[in-house]
Design a protein. Sequence first.
Length: 113
Amino acid sequence: MIRKLIVAGALVAAMTAPALADPIEGTWKTQAGDNALITSCSNAFCIKLTSGEYSGKSIGKMKATGGGNYVGSITKPSNGKTYSGSGSLSGSKLKMTGCVLKILCESQTWTKM
């Protein structure tokens, strides 16, 4: 009986404890000066611009690979083309990289707001 109560208590505690956000989640200032919101979505992280000329556009989706690194896709809002992408988090800086054939790459460093 006591064992059942302990298990039930642990389940209730796990269900009511606040979920810890991944460090990539939040609002970021892009290199161009726009704001980008990164939120959890379907076992990944979705990136959406929330200010600037392309406000409201979804520009990427990434999955955590560990150690502050992320992989997925990045969409360039000016032309709508999607590239293989990666992100590398270091403190309040996020280096975002989009590549074509892993040869031609473009990077930006974002700052957490």
